[in-house]
Design a protein around this ligand. Structure first.
Ligand SMILES: [Ca+2]
Ligand SMILES: [Ca+2]
Length: 310
């Protein structure tokens, strides 16, 4: 009898031990998991403020502002995030979600002509418009980036100019903005761009203009006799960006060099190296080659074979 009681007691003790040990383990695990879950939720929800929102069918697009001054652009499908981009510091997002932005195509418009919806996401720089970045994405094909644009001055415009239902991009090349001596004037020649195989290239047919006559050129020189030197490179850029580059050089040859210009140039820090008519032209040509559209400009002006002479 005594042995039976001992045996039963041991059995009960063992049973209790088996039942108690795993319970303790489960309790420990749940203590570890719960706080992490709570923390994750607080991070993603609390610091963000919804700034813009657009709902189209299953899709929802938002621009969120984070408390640390950053921004988040997000697209959700049936509540699940399918696209997200973040910026911090001196950048913010612009997307034409409501169709009211004059510069960007409306969200969802086909930009490359493949019949699929696209959108442009502008990374607006606090510094200046030339530091803006425009990223173009296809909404289908897993949000593939179609193109990226940099170095364009303010007021870009997407507009179909040749009637093929694909918008061209009308913008201004920043290359000569703030070039060594702007004297308060800034020149960013217009470019008309077409999207070709993931790259925006100069639309030669749309940019080309008929050449000015000799009389017109002479009049420009006469009218600007006492102007600042800036008129010279503004006019040269006008000619080069319309396919009349050869005339830019002959115009320059005819210009009478003004000794006062040299004083102006020498006052400017970056212009110190440039001191006469010949050196100015050399500096101008050298800077022109830094344009992101230099290769296209060579084609536009028939200069492909003349690189050595440039
Ligand atoms: Ca498309
Ligand atoms: Ca077009």
């Amino acid at each position: 009898m005594k042995n039976k009681i001992i045996a039963i007691s041991i059995a009960i003790l063992l049973l209790l031990l088996i039942l108690l040990i795993p319970k303790k383990k489960i309790k420990k695990e749940s203590i570890i998991i719960e706080p992490t879950q709570i923390i994750t939720e607080t991070i993603s929800v609390t610091p963000t403020i919804i700034e813009t929102i657009k709902k189209t069918g299953k899709y929802e697009s938002k621009i969120l502002k984070t408390q640390d001054g950053g921004m988040v652009f997000q697209i959700l499908k049936e509540g699940k995030e399918i696209f997200k981009k973040e910026v911090k510091d001196k950048f913010s997002f612009i997307a034409n979600l409501d169709g009211k932005n004059k510069n960007l195509p409306e969200f969802g418009q086909d930009i490359n002509g493949d019949g699929k919806k696209d959108f442009v996401l502008q990374l607006k720089s606090e510094k200046n418009s030339c530091s803006n970045i425009f990223a173009i994405y296809s909404m289908e094909d897993n949000f593939k980036q179609l193109a990226e644009l940099k170095g364009l001055a303010d007021d870009i415009k997407f507009q179909d100019l040749d009637g093929d239902s694909i918008p061209e991009l009308i913008a201004n090349d920043c290359t000569f903005l703030n070039w060594w001596g702007s004297f308060g004037e800034n020149f960013a020649p217009q470019v008309i761009l077409k999207l070709k195989y993931g790259e925006y290239k100069l639309a030669e047919n749309l940019m080309r203009k008929s050449p000015p006559s000799d009389n017109e050129i002479n009049k420009i020189i006469k009218d600007n006799k006492n102007s600042f030197i800036t008129y010279i490179w503004k006019y040269m850029l006008d000619l080069i960006y319309t396919g009349n580059g050869e005339l830019a050089w002959s115009f320059y040859e005819r210009v009478e060099w003004n000794s006062e210009w040299e004083e102006g140039i020498l006052e400017n820090k970056e212009g110190k190296k440039i001191s006469d008519k010949y050196e100015f032209l050399e500096a101008f040509k050298e800077h022109l080659t830094t344009s992101p559209y230099w290769e296209d400009l060579k084609k536009l002006n028939g200069w492909e074979m003349l690189e050595i002479e440039m």
